[in-house]
Design a protein around this ligand. Structure first.
Ligand code: BEZ
Length: 257
């Protein structure tokens, strides 16, 4: 299991900033849902390269950004040296009643066990504090991942279900987990967010950026061939008007301690 647990460590922070800026662009609307107030202390859980931490900072928030990936945290620190960023695993949070809010965008689908992360989040909050999060929900990017897995199995490579690195819960599943650790769930939403990927290589870049774990055990040249097949097979569904669109499905939740 160990090799499957460090996916975020091999992320390329530059590629993330250049080709996946939509991740933090969509996050700005999550900040509206958080409705931060000047002087509040907020934990940005899964801060990536720091763009949303910086947006929170501009609201006058006392923000700390944490991410499991060292390269993301290094890049965040280079970009925003006036913000405190640190490497931290979302399942190993050790804060106690420190934050007015825990904010998390596009991270928690990478985090398992979800209940362990939720316990740490709950413990990090002051009484009355809020947890505001968005991440991949049930059915997220399923058109893409089904086709990747079909290619891998079709080429007779082994695909173990533990290689699937994401947790895409329904709002019923996730709200239940939140309630189990003590949250009062005040908001839960599941919605489609078809997301344009940048340029003609958008799908290939997305797969190379996020999907490496699915290809564990597949030689590089076979992976390249599979990506060509994936692009061909998905073109009719996901390529329109000159760009690729991924079938993102999100959940948004608010929980109060
Ligand atoms: C997401 O934000 O939904 C996502 C990002 C990368 C891989 C899988 C899902």
């Amino acid at each position: 299991m160990e090799p499957f647990q460090n996916t975020k460590e091999i992320w390329d922070a530059d590629l993330y900033d250049k080709k996946h800026s939509f991740v933090s662009e969509y996050g700005n609307s999550l900040i509206e849902l958080l409705a931060p107030k000047r002087g509040e202390k907020v934990l940005d859980l899964g801060c990536g390269t720091g763009d949303l931490s910086n947006a929170l900072y501009k609201y006058g928030v006392d923000v700390i950004g944490v991410d499991k990936s060292e390269s993301m945290v290094e890049q965040a620190t280079r970009k925003y040296p006036y913000i405190s960023f640190m490497v931290k695993d979302a399942t190993k949070l050790n804060y106690v009643s420190e934050f007015d809010a825990v904010f998390s965008n596009a991270t928690l689908h990478w985090v398992q066990p979800a209940s362990q992360a939720l316990q740490g989040i709950f413990q990090s909050l002051k009484q009355g504090g809020r947890f505001v999060a968005e991440f991949g929900g049930k059915g997220n990017v399923q058109t893409i991942t089904d086709e990747i897995i079909r290619q891998i199995k079709g080429a007779e490579f082994e695909f173990k279900k533990e290689q699937f690195p994401w947790f895409y819960p329904s709002i019923a599943e996730y709200s239940t987990l939140m309630e189990e650790v003590g949250f009062r769930v005040t908001f839960a939403q599941h919605f489609d967010r078809p997301t344009p990927l940048d340029g003609d290589n958008g799908l290939k870049n997305w797969i190379n950026m996020f999907g490496n774990q699915l290809f564990v055990g597949v030689p590089e040249h076979s992976k390249r061939e599979m990506i060509v097949n994936i692009e061909r097979n998905l073109k009719e569904i996901l390529y329109k008007d000159g760009y690729w669109t991924s079938d993102y499905k999100r959940i948004r939740v608010i929980g109060v301690k």
